[in-house]
Design a protein. Structure first.
Lengths: 253, 338
C-alpha cells in the first residue's frame, strides 16, 4: 500500500493520536465517565472535608490528586468494555497498527481526561482559596506522571473480560477505594505508624498527593525525587502489564 | 509480494480448551475470486474469519493474505484487507462522515486522500446527503452500508464479508449484492460467509463448506450440485391439498422422502418420470387440482444438508447440545429444509 507515509513509528504515533482523539469525542461525556471520573472524586472529597477543621487551601492538593486518580483511571474501563460490546474494538485489531499503538491511544485519552479535569481544582484553589503554585515543574510532573500512570492502571483493569463498564469498575474500585486509606488522604503519612508509612510508600496515590502538596508550597514526607521515581516506575509497570494482559486476552479470543 | 493466491490457509487450527473449533483446515482463495464459506452455526466460520483477519491467534497452522503471513507480518497482511463483520460495528456516536474519516486515520491515509475517498464512498452508497448525521439514527441497512464503506476506505485487495445481507430489507440486500459484484469485477477478492445458500450459489465462484471445524467440500457451486445427482425431486402444488397429503405422497412408489416447502410438496426420488406418473395418478384418484408440477435437480441446499447432516430432525438435538456446551460464536440463525 503506497498511500501510507514512511516512518513506522510516526505512523504508530499518528494512529494512537487518532484513537485518543476519537475517544475524547465519543466517551468523555458518557454518563459513566462523568460519574466515575468527576462526580466520584468530588463527592469523596466533600464527604471528607466538610466539617473538618482544616483550611480548604491545605486540602486542595488532595482534591487534585483524587481527581487525577479517579478521572484518569476511569476512561479505559469505560471505553474498552463498551467497544468490546459493540465489536468496535475489533476494528483496532484488524487495522495495520500494533496493539501497543492502540493501547497508547487509549492511555492518552485517559491522560488528557485526567489532566483536563484536574485543572478545575487547581483553578478553584488559586481563585477562591489563595493557593499558589510554588513549583510549576513539580505540578507538571505530578499531573503528567500521575495521569499517565493511573490511565495505564485503568487499561490494566479494562483487559478483564467484560462487556460493560460496570463489570470493570467494580474490581477497579475494589482497589481504588482502599488506596485512599493508605495514601495520606484521611490521615497524613507523617502521622501513620512506621508500618503504615512503609505501606503508604507503595501506593502511587501517596506520591501524587505528596507531589501536588509540594507543588503548592506544602511539605512532602518522602521527597519529590522519590515521589517522581515511584510514579514513573508505576507508570512503566502498568503500561507493561496492560499490554501483556491485552495480548493474553487476544490469545483467548 | 507476488503470489497466485489472495488467501492461503494451511493446517489452521483453533482450540478453546478441549473444544476444537477449527481443525487443521487447508484452502486457497484465488485473486479476483468470490469465495463462499458456508457452514451451520458453530461450524467454525467466524472463528476462521477472526484468525484470517488477525483478531484471534491460531493454535496451530498458518494463514497468508496476499503472501503475507498474518502472524509474522500482521501489519502488511492487514493493509491488504477490509473487513465487514457479522454485526455492523460502526461508531454510533459519530457521524457517517466521521466514521469513514476515522477509518482512514486508522490506515494512516493522508488527509486529502481520506476525505476524497470518504466522499466517493458515501456517494457510492447513497449516504452523502446524510453524512453529517450521527449513525445511531440510521436504519440497519444504512449502518450495514456504512460498515461496508468503512471496509473499502483503504482500497484493500481482499474484502472479508461475514453475513453481509443477514437481516436486511430487500432493497439493502440488492444494493449490497450489486456492490459486491461490481467490486469483484474491478478486481477485488471477496471472502463471503453466508447462511443464504441461494446467495452463495448465485454469487460465488467457489464455495467451501465447513462442518465441525473441518472443510467438508470445496468446489464451484455447480460441481458441488453435480456430486449429488442422485438427489432429484418433483415439486408439486395443489389448489387445495388434502390434510394427509404429505403422508400419502411419501407412500407413492419411488418416493424416498416427501417434504412440505411452503405451499408446495417436494418428493425426493432417483426416478422423476416415475414419480410424475404416480403423482398424476394420485391427483386423478383424489379429484385434486394441480397448481404447478416441476422436476428439480439437486440444489446447493441439498449438498449442504448432505455434507453437514443438518436436517429438521437433527436441529432440535443440535440446539440442545449447543445449549449444554454453552454455545459457539456463530449466532443463532439456521436455514433448513422445512
Amino acid at each position: 500500500m503506497k498511500l501510507n507515509r514512511s516512518s513506522r513509528l510516526g505512523r504508530e504515533v499518528r494512529v494512537a493520536w487518532a484513537i485518543a482523539n476519537k475517544d475524547m469525542h465519543t466517551y468523555y461525556t458518557r454518563p459513566a465517565s462523568i460519574m466515575f471520573g468527576i462526580l466520584f472524586p468530588f463527592s469523596l472529597f466533600l464527604s471528607f472535608s466538610v466539617g473538618r477543621n482544616v483550611p480548604i487551601a491545605l486540602q486542595i492538593p488532595i482534591l487534585i490528586a483524587q481527581t487525577l486518580f479517579f478521572a484518569s483511571s476511569s476512561i479505559g474501563p469505560v471505553i474498552i468494555p463498551s467497544e468490546r460490546a459493540n465489536q468496535t474494538f475489533d476494528r483496532f485489531l484488524t487495522s495495520p497498527v500494533s496493539l501497543l499503538a492502540v493501547l497508547m491511544g487509549k492511555t492518552l485519552a485517559g491522560l488528557l481526561y485526567g489532566v483536563g479535569i484536574s485543572i478545575i481544582p487547581i483553578l478553584v484553589g488559586i481563585v477562591f482559596f489563595g493557593s499558589h503554585i510554588a513549583s510549576l515543574e513539580a505540578l507538571t510532573a505530578c499531573m503528567a506522571l500521575s495521569a499517565l500512570g493511573f490511565s495505564a492502571m485503568g487499561i490494566v483493569f479494562a483487559s478483564m473480560p467484560g462487556q460493560s463498564p460496570g463489570q470493570v469498575m467494580m474490581p477497579l474500585n475494589f482497589v481504588r477505594i482502599p488506596l485512599l486509606f493508605i495514601s495520606g488522604v484521611y490521615i497524613p503519612v507523617r502521622e501513620l505508624p512506621s508500618w503504615g508509612q512503609a505501606v503508604s510508600l507503595l501506593s502511587p496515590l501517596t506520591h501524587t498527593i505528596e507531589l501536588a502538596r509540594y507543588a503548592l508550597g506544602g511539605e512532602t514526607f518522602f521527597g519529590p525525587v522519590v515521589n517522581i521515581a515511584v510514579l514513573a516506575a508505576y507508570t512503566a509497570v502498568f503500561l507493561f502489564i496492560g499490554i501483556r494482559f491485552h495480548i493474553m486476552n487476544q490469545r483467548k479470543e | 509480494m507476488r503470489t497466485e493466491y489472495a488467501i492461503e490457509v494451511s493446517k489452521l487450527t483453533r482450540k478453546f480448551g478441549d473444544l476444537v473449533a477449527v481443525d487443521h483446515i487447508d484452502f486457497e482463495v484465488k485473486k479476483g475470486e468470490i469465495f463462499g464459506f458456508l457452514g451451520p452455526n458453530g461450524a467454525g466460520k467466524t472463528t476462521t474469519i477472526r484468525m484470517l483477519t488477525g483478531i484471534s491467534i491460531p493454535t496451530e497452522g498458518t494463514a497468508s493474505i496476499m503472501g503475507y503471513d498474518i502472524q509474522h507480518h500482521p501489519v502488511k497482511a492487514k493493509e491488504q484487507m477490509g473487513i465487514v463483520p457479522d454485526i455492523s460495528n460502526v461508531y454510533n456516536e459519530l457521524s457517517a462522515w466521521d466514521n469513514l474519516i476515522f477509518t482512514g486515520r486508522l490506515y494512516d491515509m493522508p488527509k486529502a486522500y481520506r476525505e476524497s475517498r470518504a466522499e466517493e464512498l458515501l456517494k457510492m452508497f447513497g449516504l452523502y446527503e446524510r453524512r453529517r448525521e450521527k449513525v445511531q439514527g440510521f436504519s440497519r441497512g444504512m449502518k450495514r452500508r456504512i460498515c461496508i464503506a468503512m471496509a473499502l476506505m483503504n482500497q484493500s485487495s481482499i474484502l472479508f464479508l461475514d453475513e453481509p445481507t443477514s437481516g436486511l430489507d430487500v432493497q439493502s440486500v440488492l444494493v449490497i449484492r450489486d456492490t459486491i459484484r461490481r467490486l469483484n469485477q474491478q478486481g477485488l477478492t471477496i471472502f463471503l460467509t453466508t447462511h443464504n445458500l441461494e446467495e452463495a450459489s448465485q454469487m460465488c465462484d467457489r464455495i467451501a463448506i465447513i462442518n465441525h471445524g473441518r472443510i467438508a467440500a470445496i468446489d464451484t457451486p455447480e460441481k458441488l450440485k453435480r456430486t449429488l445427482e442422485s438427489v432429484q425431486s418433483v415439486e408439486v402444488a395443489f389448489e387445495t391439498p388434502p390434510e394427509n397429503a404429505l403422508k400419502e405422497l411419501e407412500k407413492l412408489p419411488r418416493v424416498s422422502e416427501a417434504v412440505k416447502a411452503g405451499d408446495k410438496f417436494r418428493l425426493y426420488t432417483d426416478d422423476p418420470p416415475g414419480v410424475l406418473t404416480s403423482t398424476w395418478n394420485y391427483v386423478q384418484n383424489n379429484n385434486l387440482k394441480l397448481v404447478t408440477i416441476n422436476t428439480l435437480g439437486p440444489s446447493l441446499e441439498d449438498v449442504f444438508i448432505k455434507l453437514t447432516g443438518i436436517r429438521p430432525s437433527t436441529v432440535s438435538q443440535e440446539t440442545a447440545s449447543q445449549n449444554r456446551e454453552g454455545s459457539g460464536r456463530d449466532g443463532g440463525r439456521r436455514k433448513m429444509r422445512q
